[in-house]
Design a protein around this ligand. Structure first.
Ligand code: ZN
Length: 309
């Protein structure tokens, strides 16, 4: 690709209104501490360790939403996510299964009839595979070609390749739409939520998991909060989620704190001074079998439905 072609693909634009509530009282919240135009797929993979790195962030005085401004174009983001290769993600399948099991259990309480389920940002298909085993009819979309192939090879799942916002999907079809760690990665979250509302059937339920920038963990960790990373373009609060869902024609049915399960191995490789414990392959394999449930409570797990009133 020519230099100008790459520059065009990597465009960023300043926005004047809050992407969550549309308010115009914006002020600078954090200064970017990396060169955003040099960002690579390595920087945005799910298991990335670049904690503390952020885009230029603005904060909305009306709804407390924090977001990248200027923001990258959807094309910029697609070019990054399409090329992600992240084998560590699949290594952590067991921990992720525990996370997704809790989500599916709660989803089934709200939607006992089950039916077609659409997973947005399906990654390697772990959630879709579990949903299928529990009697759902899962479909999904994922930008990373590597992940789409992994899902096909491992679980025999057909996942659409590409981005959710422009995927051609039937309206009013799905009993459930899941967006686990998705909404904070997209430049125009409103477009994704409007689309979710369109494809949900009348009694359909949307599940969103996303970091909570007002959580105690976020406030205690300060600028070293582990959700501050180059992949995250938006940091929601309960107020800003409520605002954006309302504008997208959705209403919150239930809000919970999200508990993460990781293996001890995964966590130890992320704590620099503990890293020596997993250098030895025997210890590494020992630690990879120990699940640890972290109830940091620093992510939302929100269930929403169509606002039909
Ligand atoms: Zn706002």
């Amino acid at each position: 690709m020519t230099e100008t072609g790459k520059d065009k693909e990597r465009s960023i634009e300043r926005i004047e209104a809050c992407p969550a509530c549309g308010g115009r009282s914006l002020s600078a919240f954090k200064k970017a501490n990396f060169e955003v135009r040099d960002i690579s797929p390595e920087d945005v993979k799910i298991t990335d360790k670049a904690y503390g790195k952020v885009w230029d962030l603005d904060r909305c005085a009306d709804c407390t939403h924090v977001f990248a401004n200027p923001r990258p174009s959807p094309r910029f983001i697609q070019s990054l996510y399409g090329d992600i290769i992240d084998p560590v993600y699949q290594d952590e399948a067991e921990g992720r299964q525990k996370n997704f099991e809790r989500i599916l259990e709660r989803m089934e309480r709200l939607q006992p009839a089950k039916g077609p389920l659409f997973d947005v940002g399906a990654a390697t298909g772990i959630l879709m595979n579990m949903a299928r085993e529990r009697g759902w009819e899962p479909e999904g979309v994922e930008p990373s070609s590597w992940a789409v192939e992994a899902a096909r090879d491992r679980y025999d799942l057909q996942i659409r390749s590409g981005d959710f916002e422009t995927a051609e999907l039937p309206k009013n079809r799905y009993a459930a739409v899941t967006m686990v760690d998705f909404i904070e990665h997209v430049p125009v979250p409103m477009a994704a939520l409007v689309k979710a509302g369109e494809i949900l059937r009348r009694d359909g339920v949307l599940c969103i998991v996303t970091p909570d920038i007002h959580s105690l963990a976020a406030r205690m960790a300060g600028s070293r909060w582990w959700h501050y990373r180059p992949a995250h373009l938006a940091y929601f609060t309960h107020r800003s989620l409520q605002a954006i869902l309302g504008r997208a024609g959705l209403k919150i049915l239930k809000t919970r704190r999200y508990a993460w399960t990781f293996s001890a191995h995964y966590l130890l490789t992320r704590i620099s001074f503990m890293g020596f414990l997993v250098k030895n392959p025997r210890w590494a394999s020992f630690f990879s079998r120990i699940p640890i449930k972290l109830t940091l409570g620093d992510s939302f797990e929100i269930y929403a439905g169509k606002n039909t009133s």
